[in-house]
Design a protein around this ligand. Structure first.
Ligand code: B12
Ligand code: SF4
Length: 469
């Protein structure tokens, strides 16, 4: 049986003139995970439209397409093209899970939720000649005992971070704006691999650098402790994501640093308690953000801070306040987002019920466009403030000021090169992508992520800040 798996790209990633580095970071891990359920006799091709040319003149037996919100239109067009030729087309992923009735007319079968249970069931049904039009993942979700991810299908040289990995699914929190609750509705919404299986997967990855794409790597304390214990002495350098409260609680973050954690994506999102309450981001309420920054800096961990603009309490001062805070606290890179009501989320329901959604063009749901009516800002002011925040934060003076916050000279240098490398050298990245030389840059990334001598935090988290999530 011939199977073609496609991760369609959004328009921006296809430009022949300019390819932002962020689309050449990670390989299509979800599809490589599903490919593991095919049998050795199947002929499988995995195409990532972001980094390679996709041709559609073939006629595979099954075409598997992953649909995110911003690639949805291209995904549907590809699906229609293949179906017109008689191929069996299956669609899955976050966007069709949120809006199955939108995706269904473009598919022979659609998949709702994670695919680890439903895709193997579909393959059995397909081979038996009776595939169903819709598969929903509800009961029995697990990632224990999965066949190894088909990394042999990944064209490693086309990515800056070929070693992306996920060892958990979902998250224990329930923020209103997050894709998570809709995607995992009807079943478990946070579960982990077995520690030994996660370590075995890590052992299979060549080189030193890993990027954990998990929503919340510290979300299950026992699992994370076992993972970090097993990784000690492996000589790995890794990046990941975690919540504010999990960084302040106990000593998990020290264990992570000891195991090789060198940079962390942290969801600060907003400083306003009312915004936190409205968006159900309770885990951030009354947490000392400054202490998060200090603690990570003292461990030599660089911070990618995530901040959302346009929540209901945000006024015109939110942009400069956020940038100033991030610079003053030595945040290495910042990811600013315009609040975006993804279909299926409680945020979407709230804004739709109030008649505040102003666009249903999914191409604009990329956190860079305003697709709703903000409460205390005009859409124009929100967009302009967002653009300004990026410009200001990544201006040379602020990169230098933020780097200067760290006490160790090595951390200051790493901060400077990492932040500058991320935003100031796009033309260089573009050149590497075109010359297919991204792989050659991985050792540079590893050098920047190398260890900074650790100091004990100058202050430990005040006891009021330590609690369970
Ligand atoms: C890595 C990543 C990226 C990478 C690359 C993506 C890639 N190569 O896969 C980059 C940096 C390019 C990226 C960019 C963007 N991303 Co992104 N990204 C992620 C991240 C962190 C991890 C994705 C991942 O690998 N997950 C692990 C694998 C195992 O899961 P999976 O891919 O979802 O696949 C599983 C299921 O979805 C399902 N499945 C998927 N496809 C199919 C198909 C079939 C047939 C079946 C049966 C099952 C199935 O089965 C798989 C196994 O369970 C997610 C957050 C997350 N936790 O998912 C955000 C996320 C997907 N990104 C998001 C967004 C918004 C974006 C951007 C628009 C951001 C921006 N401002 O530019 C862009 C646009 C991307 C695009 N092309 O449209 C949102 C999507 C929201 C939505 N409703 O669609 C997420 C959920 C982040 C968030 N919390 O909001 N992203
Ligand atoms: S903590 Fe992050 S991943 Fe978890 S629900 Fe909130 S936004 Fe989503």
């Amino acid at each position: 049986m011939k199977v073609k798996m496609i991760l369609p790209a959004l328009t921006e990633a296809k430009s022949p003139f300019w390819r932002p580095i962020k689309y050449s970071l990670f390989p299509p891990l979800g599809l490589a995970t599903l490919a593991a359920f095919l049998s050795p006799e199947d002929e499988v091709e995995l195409v990532d439209d972001h980094v390679e040319r996709l041709t559609t003149c073939d006629t595979p037996d099954i075409v598997v397409i992953q649909v995110y919100i911003t690639n949805a239109y291209r995904a549907y067009a590809l699906a229609d093209q293949y179906r017109a030729k008689g191929c069996y087309v299956v669609l899955g992923g976050l966007h069709v899970t949120a809006l199955p009735d939108e995706g269904a007319p473009h598919a022979d079968s659609i998949f709702i939720g994670p695919g680890e249970q439903t895709f193997p069931q579909f393959l059995l049904d397909f081979r038996a000649g009776r595939p169903r039009p819709r598969y929903s993942s509800t009961n029995g979700r697990t990632i224990h005992g999965l066949p190894p991810v088909r990394r042999d299908l990944i064209k490693r040289e086309r990515y800056l971070v070929p070693n992306s990995i996920v060892v958990t699914r979902g998250c224990p929190q329930h923020c209103d704006f997050c894709y998570k609750d809709a995607f995992f509705a009807g079943g478990r919404s946070f579960y982990t691999q077995r520690v030994d299986e996660a370590l075995a997967e890590i052992e299979r990855l060549p080189g030193r650098h890993l990027y954990f794409l998990d929503d919340h790597l510290l979300g299950d304390r026992r699992f994370a402790e076992g993972l970090f214990e097993g990784m000690r002495g492996m000589g790995r350098l890794f990046q990941g994501a975690a919540t504010v409260d999990s960084i302040l609680r106990g000593d998990l973050i020290e264990r992570a640093a000891e195991a090789g954690l060198r940079s962390l994506f942290v969801g600060f999102e907003t400083f306003d308690p009312e915004n936190l309450r409205t968006s159900n981001k309770k885990q951030n309420l009354a947490r000392d953000y400054a202490e998060v920054a200090r603690r990570l800096s003292s461990l030599g961990i660089m911070i990618n801070g995530s901040f959302v603009f346009g929540m209901d309490e945000d006024g015109t001062d939110v942009f400069s306040r956020t940038v100033d805070w991030a610079v003053d606290h030595g945040i290495t890179t910042s990811t600013f987002h315009i609040q975006t009501p993804y279909p299926g989320t409680r945020l979407y329901q709230r804004l739709a019920a109030a008649g505040r959604i102003t666009s249903h063009d999914w191409d604009r749901y990329d956190t860079r466009h305003v697709v709703y009516r903000p409460a205390r800002l005009s859409p124009e002011a929100l967009k302009a403030g967002y653009d300004r925040a990026y410009r200001d934060f990544y201006g040379w003076p602020n990169i230098a000021r933020a780097a200067a916050v760290h006490s160790s000279a090595k951390h200051r240098a790493k901060h400077f090169f990492y932040a500058a490398g991320w935003k100031k050298f796009e033309p260089l990245w573009d050149l590497c992508i075109k010359a297919r030389q991204l792989g050659a840059m991985t050792p540079l990334l590893e050098a920047v992520l190398s260890r900074v001598t650790q100091q004990r935090p100058s202050t430990t988290a005040p006891s009021g800040m330590i609690n369970s999530a």
